[in-house]
Structures are given as C-alpha cells and as structure tokens.
Design a protein. Structure first.
Length: 173
C-alpha cells in the first residue's frame, strides 16, 4: 500500500502545508526566527501522529469489547538526543480514560495497539523506547494507573518482568 503526501513549502518562513491524497491538510511551522510558530513543528506532529494512531486503535478495540468510555485523552511526551539530528530517544504515552471501563480491557487494548496494530508505534519503536501507561478514572472518582508495555529497538518488554530505567515495574494506584 502506497501513501503519498504533497507539500507546499514557504522557503522564506519555513512553513509547510501538506495535503494527503484525499485533500486533508496538515500544516507545520518552525519556531522563530525561521518560522512564525503558527502551527506544530515536525516533531510535535510526529508525536501527535503516534497519539492519534494508538488512541484510534484503543478506542476501536474498547468498543469491540463493549467497553463504554465517557472520556479519553492521550498525552504523548518525548525526550530527544542532545546531538543533531536530535531524534527521539524515549517517548511516554499516557492513555487517560474515564468511565465504566474494566482495567483489564483497557490494558489489553493498549497492549494490542502498541505491539500489533499501530504502525506509527512500530516505526518509532525502531529508534526510540516507547512506554505506554494508562490512568483510568471510574464513575465514582477512584483512579487506577499502570504501566502496560514498553516497546523499542530491543523489542517488547513486559513491565512485570523488566522495568525501564527510572521506572517501577507494573504498579496500580
């Protein structure tokens, strides 16, 4: 399957207006002084693509499991290397779900997205360590958080067996 994006570049301001094959627009801009900071930069857009890809998978899998979330927010943050080209070295994805969703259904949905379905996660995992976590808030206000899976250049890690540097093993709170 081939995917093509065509972009128009403003060489004076480093602003890019890309269009998909279906004419959907994606705008990116550089920080001043090269750009106007009027849109996401390329690395921010890449993190947004990861968040969009995995959250669409998780929402779809939850629906198939007949789990009804009242709300779903995703936070994606990345750390970059000090040297150019300053690629992402670690990325954390936190799935924030509210509603009457079973924790195990959410955990498994995230795991399936991160290890099987999300192509953006797969591509980024070739060069960066990606940790997927969730925070589930039930209708009564109780909250549970856990680390689900870590993917990366060395493969998939089960958080119950191996902890990523600086993080505890699977933990519910």
């Amino acid at each position: 399957m081939s995917i093509t994006i065509t972009a128009t570049v403003d060489p004076a301001r480093s602003r890019v207006e890309a269009r998909t094959e279906h004419a959907q627009q994606i705008i990116m801009d550089a920080d001043p002084p090269e750009g106007d900071d009027a849109a996401a930069g390329p690395k921010e857009a890449l993190l947004a693509a990861l968040g969009g890809c995995t959250s669409m998978d998780v929402a779809s899998i939850l629906r198939k499991k007949r789990q009804s979330a009242d709300g779903y927010e995703i936070k994606v943050s990345g750390e970059t290397a000090e040297e150019h080209p300053r690629v992402f070295t670690t990325i954390t994805v936190e799935h924030r779900v509210t509603g009457p969703v079973e924790a195990e259904a959410l955990r498994r949905s995230i795991e399936l997205s991160a290890t099987r379905y999300c192509p953006v996660n797969a591509m980024l995992s070739a060069v960066a360590t990606i940790e997927h976590r969730y925070r589930l808030t039930a209708p009564d206000g109780t909250s549970r958080s856990a680390r689900v899976v870590v993917t990366g250049p060395t493969g998939v890690h089960d958080p119950e067996v191996q902890s990523a540097p600086g993080h505890d093993a699977l933990r519910s709170s």
